[in-house]
Design a protein. Structure first.
Length: 120
């Protein structure tokens, strides 16, 4: 494609770090605090939202709309757990189970795609 890989890599990291810094500033304004450990443990939520939305863990496939759908699905699960008066840890258990299911589905799709490539 003639894409300058080194320059593109630096640009992507720069944009990513700018967005992370902007999110941190907006979050500190939102919570009116600068507590650095506020979002400790939300890594599972971020990864599961993107995977549920269709982003492959192997990379190369995914979009923002799919990740937004994953966030909405996760929000619905959290709302259901809250309205059922269950312990909030059930949200994490449900999200982790859903994440495992989607990872298995992604792997099955990847294996089938490899088989289809091999037969053609």
């Amino acid at each position: 494609m003639g894409l300058p890989v080194a320059r593109t890599k630096v640009a992507v990291y720069a944009i990513s770090s700018f967005c992370a810094a902007l999110a941190g500033v907006v979050f500190s304004f939102y919570t009116l605090a600068g507590y650095s450990l506020q979002n400790m443990g939300l890594e599972l939520d971020a990864i599961s939202s993107s995977v549920i939305g269709g982003t492959l863990l192997t990379g190369g496939v995914g979009n923002v709309v799919g990740t937004t759908v994953g966030v909405l699905i996760q929000g619905v699960i959290q709302t259901i757990v809250t309205y059922q008066n269950l312990n909030t840890w059930w949200t994490k258990v449900t999200i982790a189970a859903l994440l495992c299911i989607f990872i298995v589905i992604q792997r099955v799709i990847a294996i089938r795609a490899e088989k289809m490539k091999g037969t053609n």
